[in-house]
Design a protein around this ligand. Structure first.
Ligand SMILES: Cc1cc2nc3c(=O)[nH]c(=O)nc-3n(C[C@H](O)[C@H](O)[C@H](O)COP(=O)(O)OP(=O)(O)OC[C@H]3O[C@@H](n4cnc5c(N)ncnc54)[C@H](O)[C@@H]3O)c2cc1C
Length: 441
């Protein structure tokens, strides 16, 4: 069996490993634009900041598992009728063909460059994106000796980058069209905790603000934000990503609002063509609505599902909760499921406390919010921000949502206690009980 995987990233790799574990003889070929095997993109802002030593540390060479790797080539055109994909050599421009029995579209996404004056013209001359080794390396070199940056977008990549630039000594302002940080994942009260922290770190924040133009001739000199000129040396565009799927546009592969449409087995509408990761539209695990989850945790799971099905094992991907975590300075931010705004009449409970008893050394402040649907009593969302333990609590909530637990089920969950590690009445349990009390009224 000849399997061709377009994209050697989180999803593509896990699809290949899953196939190889079940089928030693499968011919697995990767096509990728990079000239090296794997990159861990989630580490890019942390190299910029200095928390991770070097960009080289994010590169990873695969052990020999009999994969064929066509690197520094891009998937150029999919011709499903002939079970064939054209590749383009990025050095010579030469077009070649690769045949497949099964094909996986796993080419991820790239940062969106908005169609505003100056964005394309000044790219790499003060305008930067953080979506690859090259783009972030260039940014890291350019930053040296610069004074002021505007970061467009208050999601994870924007805020992690803003913090990194602040740590590198720049004056930084984040502008965001939505009303708060992580607006798609956090309620405004929870985002407020993060925003206070960022302001205390000296990072400026402007919400409801729109980037209109980037100014400069040879290099960026400023940006026009909601009608006001803001002088700066750098503009970082972190306001969304777009899937790398141009090569399948005319192939008959069906797209939905958020990406390529797939079924639970990660199959597209075209026979023998699968799609995974940032390229696909998913369903919400809570209510099955069309959803988007462009995160590594979804990509690898979908890769396993696609790989298993190709290897003849029936596996399904049932939906996404967009569970995420980020660390900005000392602060952990994590969330899963719906925010309050997504659920009619949502009932929430919130608690703030320490991760260990106050008499025990090392407890860190943590705030947890849980959200329930009043009709079903089920837990549908969770958010946590603090100096430790946020992602652990969110992982518990994610499992609870997956298991269709009610808020009472969550409140009854048994959690381990040892004062050196945790408190008897955990902040998560306090939040759940606060929510339950409101539901019982
Ligand atoms: C700065 C940054 C930080 C992030 N932090 C987190 C995080 O903390 N947690 C998290 O869960 N997610 C995070 N993400 C998102 C996560 O990296 C992606 O969701 C995940 O990598 C998607 O996996 P994928 O397999 O779909 O694509 P990728 O892992 O992006 O792999 C796609 C591959 O396809 C290649 N490619 C693209 N176009 C073509 C083409 N036409 N032909 C051939 N090859 C092509 C690319 O070179 C790449 O190697 C972050 C992303 C970035 C950029």
């Amino acid at each position: 069996m000849k399997v061709v995987i377009c994209g050697l990233g989180a999803g593509g790799l896990h699809a290949a490993l899953t196939i190889r574990k079940r089928n030693k003889d499968a011919e697995i070929t990767f096509i990728d634009r990079k000239d090296f095997d794997m990159l861990h993109p989630c580490g890019l802002p942390y190299v910029l900041e200095g928390t991770v030593d070097s960009f080289e540390k994010l590169k990873h060479t695969l052990p020999d598992m009999g994969f064929t790797k066509i690197l520094r080539h891009e998937a150029f055109r999919l011709i499903p009728g002939e079970h064939r994909i054209e590749t383009r050599d990025l050095t010579t421009g030469q077009i070649a063909s690769v045949n497949y029995d099964k094909l996986i579209i796993a080419t991820g996404s790239s940062a969106v460059i908005p169609p505003i004056p100056g964005a394309q013209e000044l790219l790499w001359k003060g305008v930067f994106i953080v979506d690859s080794y090259e783009s972030t390396f260039k940014l890291s070199e350019f930053v040296k000796g610069k004074r002021a940056a505007i970061v467009v977008g208050a999601g994870a990549i924007g805020l992690e980058t803003a913090h990194a630039l602040r740590m590198r000594g720049l004056s930084v302002t984040v502008i965001e069209m939505l009303p708060c940080a992580f607006a798609k994942s956090l309620d405004q009260d929870m985002a407020g905790i993060l925003q206070e922290y960022l302001i205390a770190k000296g990072i400026g924040l402007q919400f409801g603000a729109k980037l209109e133009r980037i100014e400069g001739t040879d290099f960026v000199t400023g940006a026009v934000v909601s009608g006001t000129v803001m002088p700066c040396d750098l503009v970082i565009l972190a306001a969304g990503v777009r899937s790398n799927t141009a090569y399948v546009k005319d192939s008959g592969v069906a797209f939905g609002k958020w990406g390529i449409q797939v079924n639970e087995r990660m199959q597209t509408n075209v026979p023998d063509v699968y799609a995974i990761g940032d390229c696909v539209q998913v369903h919400s695990l809570i209510d099955q609505r069309d959803w988007m989850m462009q995160l590594a945790v979804a990509a690898y799971k979908q890769g396993i599902v696609a790989g298993a099905n190709i290897a003849g094992i029936d596996r399904t991907y049932k939906g996404a909760l967009t569970t995420f975590a980020s660390k900005i300075g000392e602060l952990e931010i994590a969330a899963t499921g719906f925010t309050s705004g997504f659920v009619e009449g949502a009932i929430s409970g919130k608690a703030t406390g320490l991760t260990k008893p106050e008499w025990c050394h090392g407890g860190k402040e943590l705030t947890v919010k849980v959200i329930a649907d009043p009709k079903t009593k089920r837990i549908v969302g969770g958010q946590a921000i603090g100096y430790a333990g946020a992602s652990e609590r969110i992982n518990i909530i994610s499992a609870a949502i997956k298991g269709k637990s009610t808020m009472l089920d969550l409140s009854e969950t048994e959690m381990a206690y040892c004062p050196a590690l945790s408190d008897t009445y955990d902040v998560l349990m306090q939040a759940a009980d606060n929510c339950l009390r409101k539901m019982e009224r």
